[in-house]
Design a protein around this ligand. Sequence first.
Ligand code: AMP
Length: 632
Amino acid sequence: MSDYQEFHRRSIEQPEAFWGAEAARIYWHKPYTQVLQYDNPPFRQWFAGGETNLCYNAVDRHLAERAEQAALIHVSSETGAEQSYTYRQLYEEVSRFAAIMQAQGVGKGDRVLIYMPMIPEAIFAMLATVRLGAIHSVVFGGFASASLATRIEDAAPKLLVTADAGMRGGKVIAYKPLVDEAMELAGAAAADKVILVNRGLAEAPMMKPGRDLDYATLREQHWHDRAGVEWVESNHPSYILYTSGTTGKPKGVQRDTGGYAVALASTMEYIYGGKPGETYFSTSDIGWVVGHSYIVYAPLISGMATLVYEGLPIRPDPGIWWQLVEKYRATVMFSAPTALRVLKKQDPEWLHKYDLSSLRALFLAGEPLDEPTAEWISGELKIPVLDNYWQTETGWPMLTVCNGVQPLPTKLGSPGLPVYGYNVKLLDETTGEEVPVGEKGVIAVIPPLPPGCMSTVWRQDERFVNTYFSLFQDRKVYSSFDWGVRDADGYFTILGRTDDVINVAGHRLGTREIEEAVSGHAAIAEVAVVGVHDTLKGQVPQAFAVLRDPSVLKDPEKKAALEKEVISKVASQLGAIANPARVYFVNQLPKTRSGKVLRRSIQALAEGRDPGDLTTLDDPSGLEQVRDAVQS
Ligand code: AMP
């Protein structure tokens, strides 16, 4: 048995001893009474009775030793802003922001919704929220008003923090009008107050008297105010992060506090190899789980400087990320395969222009890492390139190679082995039995889930159990909704989702959400959205829509105009990331006799593959129409 196998075995067979030792990595205001409380499976409580605070561990704890060291470095290639904050400055900004929130009535357990571009204030707001024992819900800035509204409705925040605008590729994207629209849509659940960080990008944002407050003014008013830390029990929720599933309604993934801090701190040693005082550069966005864990909490809990970047990887030129690695001597970099595929298309000289000797490893996550991209970037950087497989639900990697425990070889196309704490199995979908080596199965985790994984679905315990723990009724194991296969050395390969979730450039989208947005267009009677393979983004959504009035199809101009209209409808409701690459119009969708739309067959045809078993098909002409549409 290798050292790593032994390490992993111990984490599974003796979880209390294993995690009890790991818990020493963070500060506990009050010691826990039990490492693991597991009397109500699948719910579990890690470090029950212990009191801590995420913000204290990320900020205050470092003041004694590293007050003057950089904590947050912000670079915007969009506005040209570049600013560094030491741990002392971060403490001041965060405790002041927390005081501002407190003055607006925010306290323990209240929700604060954060809808922000990648600016320092977004991170101050996250840390200020957890400082007060309040719960943040960050909504990705690329989502539009309808997506924002469903999240406001579910989280019912007391406060919403936003900015006048974001910027992407030199284009200003106004946020405030979307917030106003979403607040209207959310009705009674709308936040009492909105704090707006005015970057001066959008023209004079509308401020609703009595509700909307200007951050700069509040910051002046509260200049000398500092809010203290609210100690919370380890299982107190730190945040809610919405993610897409099979239904049109996103799920609020609820995360704990103590377990999350411990798990993240452990990964910095065992997976990432980042050390205090070094710079961690994650190119993700705070709207995603990678941003929560590896832009904000893990680097800061570990006493590192986190490099926060606003902009595209190729602006002002394709060397920008490498230039930042050189300038800030980043030792760990975390990105997504899509971004690397974009960079791979550029002149390799951009990579050779900079001194990248500080960089020890590159981590990629969020979507399958294709072999050509992995091979290209490892060859260029000549450092380990590690594929991390995980999900919003888990909060930290489930499969990878833990070089901090034992350097083991990587295999192209595979994220690697189960990470310590995760008892990962590949199970047969129908029997629930483990599948043999080389055979496809559902990636499942035998509970208890390790510290830091989702506690429940926000305010829907039943949905948590029904969604994740009922694939195999009697066994009550956690289903990832991903297919995988394992080789004789135990290395996993991910084969795609078992549900209707698609992955566009590393972003998880539910096809049902897009379908709902498309159906919102008055001309559409029915629609099916599927994810279709794309060489750059991994997958893109394509819509197959049935019109109320098919006569439109006779006029090619009207048809093209309608396609554009439908796409912009999706953009205005959900955000441009959900835009269908194409909208095909058909007279009928292929369905089973029981009326279920055959999405998998549509997807197969759209990708030029065989549509598979069609014995349950009601009327073959639906499929013919899809075939004709994609071939036209
Ligand atoms: P999200 O919750 O948005 O991070 O999406 C999680 C999903 O993305 C997983 O369930 C997988 O389908 C996919 N995913 C994440 N990381 C990887 C990876 N390294 N390789 C393949 N698929 C991945």
